[in-house]
Design a protein around this ligand. Structure first.
Ligand code: PMP
Length: 515
């Protein structure tokens, strides 16, 4: 048999080649808490401090002992993992636990129904599909009302009402009704549009990728799904976008013995989607006042808000829902990543009862969603956050403050290299100045290619046994999303690695960085 190394790479081979070229093609063989381990060429186990945290999926750390113990007990007990279309009381327990937290953090007692999914992107697709179904049903309800008004107009005409056909063609009521129905059929088929703040990232499935601002990820698939308008987080800009998308349906009204053609709004914007702390855009905490003003405009236009807490939720911000810091209660809220306890693939979409369409439950299902293993692990992961009066949230805030203070001190000391430091709780980022004009060809080239953050990642791994990655759509920002168990010593270690990195950037030592 050929040794494994002789097999050509077939599993996403380009990605592996690229990672290997930056020194990132390491195979990790063990993980625990905030550490990943690999074996070097002499077989020794090397510990790596993991600040990527599974891209936000390990708020409890890698292989958290309590979660592992619990998962094992579920497997040992023969828990029926795949028993679709049966009673799932644990799913209801998770739904109730999430509702209890939601009511506490938002000070409101409206219930949210919960739909189960497998990934963050899917949870967002659940939300946009439900919002679209709601929009289509509302258009159907509006058309039914128009039909009732047509009946009323015909009755009024029979009793002598006169007709003002403008702006439709036709001189008698039959012709006008035919023109109105034809125009409405065309208008009702207007495809939906989504709105989202610039920089948004909501996943990479066919629908959600259109809500992801990154042009490289999105544009090959623009023909596949409804488009999104990316709008600055500014109330007037949002109002302008709403006005630009405003459409109407024709209707008839009888007023003072005259049948008139009138117009009524046609809902075109299906939803407004945002992350309370933008992750892949470079860790950007959205501004509470701006959101409140935007929300007013959206409410006035009847546009629902989808709050994507896939990365920011599960306690990372110091509260279970990052949007609770902003006073933003979404009509839809999505969770994934750390919901799976670092072990399972779990995701949920919470939908406000007052907008919930019950038929949706049959329209979005998945073989794997709501299985006992992922749902029970998710429930345990949430309960662990809630334990001891929410000690985990306090810890996320305290650890996050410490990490942020360290990063800010680097920014203050090396302002010529570090452009900005941002974040909240354990969702923090450090942005470097643009290096595309560097005297080092290596640095300038990597910066122009949008890969500079990955080169820094390779350096930190090679020289400091630190795993740090840039954010997906803003690659000159390094993200730091460790677990709530990160220690002072690990934060100090992070500082040491970053200081050396910053020194090399300052010296424009591209060779040392690339290795
Ligand atoms: N939404 C946000 C805010 C995310 O950060 C991500 C992943 N980075 C997603 C959605 C997509 O989640 P998944 O990778 O589980 O599909």
């Amino acid at each position: 048999m050929n040794p494994v190394v002789d097999k050509p790479e077939l599993a996403e081979p380009y990605m592996f080649g690229w990672l290997a070229s930056l020194g990132l093609g390491v195979e990790y063989t063990r993980s625990q808490k905030d550490s990943l381990y690999y074996r070097d060429t002499s077989g020794d186990e090397i510990e790596v401090l993991d600040l990527v945290g599974g891209y936000g999926s390990t708020i409890h750390g890698h292989n958290n002992p309590e979660i592992i113990e619990y998962t094992k007990s579920l497997l040992d007990s023969g828990s029926p993992i795949h028993a679709q279309f049966s009673r799932h009381p644990y799913a209801n327990d998770l739904a109730w636990t999430l509702n209890t937290i939601l009511h506490r953090e938002f000070g409101d007692d409206e219930h949210y129904q919960v739909i189960f999914a497998n990934s963050g992107a899917e949870a967002n697709e659940v939300a946009i599909k439900h919002a679209e179904m709601d929009r289509v049903l509302k258009i159907g309800e509006a058309l039914a009302e128009v039909e009732a008004h047509i009946e009323a107009a015909i009755a009024a005409a029979a009793s002598g009402a006169t007709l003002d056909a403008s702006p439709l063609p036709g001189s008698d009521l039959d012709e006008v009704v035919a023109a109105l129905r034809a125009a409405n059929a065309e208008r009702a088929a207007t495809p939906p549009v989504y709105l989202a703040p610039e920089g948004s990232f909501h996943g990479k499935l066919a629908g959600s990728i259109q809500l992801t601002h990154n042009v490289a990820y999105r544009t090959p698939f623009t023909a596949m799904a409804a488009p999104c308008r990316f709008v600055p987080l500014d109330a007037d800009a949002v109002s302008a976008a709403i006005a630009a998308e405003s459409r109407t349906l024709f209707d008839l009204a009888v007023d003072g013995g005259v049948i008139r053609v009138v117009e009524r709004p046609l809902p075109v914007i299906s939803a407004y989607v945002l992350e309370p702390i933008q992750g892949e855009a470079g860790i950007r905490v959205l501004d509470a006042d701006s959101i409140a003003r935007v929300r007013e405009r959206l409410d006035a236009a009847g546009i629902p808000v989808i709050v994507d807490e896939v990365q920011s939720g599960m306690g990372r911000s110091g509260a279970f829902f990052a949007a609770s810091h902003l006073g933003l209660r979404g009509d839809y809220i999505t969770l994934a990543k750390s919901l799976g306890g670092g072990v399972a693939k779990a995701a949920v979409t919470l939908i406000r009862s007052s907008i919930y369409r019950t038929d949706f439950e049959l329209l979005h299902t998945s073989t794997y969603a709501k299985d006992s293993l992922s749902t029970l692990v998710a429930l345990r992961a949430v309960e662990m956050l809630e334990a001891d009066g929410g000690a985990a949230y306090r810890r996320a805030a305290e650890r996050g403050d410490k990490l942020l203070a360290m990063l800010r001190s680097l920014r203050d000391e090396f302002g010529d290299v570090v452009k900005d430091v941002r974040g909240k709780g354990l969702m923090t980022g450090l942005e470097f100045h643009d290096l595309s004009g560097s005297d080092s060809d290596i640095i300038a080239e990597q910066a122009k290619g949008g890969l500079i953050g990955y080169m820094f990642s390779g350096y930190l791994l090679r020289e400091h046994n630190m795993r740090v990655f840039p954010t997906a759509s803003a690659t000159s920002t390094l993200r730091f999303e460790p677990s709530i168990h990160i220690t002072d010593e690990e934060i100090a270690r992070t500082e040491t690695g970053l200081r050396t990195l910053i020194g090399l950037i300052r010296d424009e030592d591209g060779k040392a960085l690339l290795g």
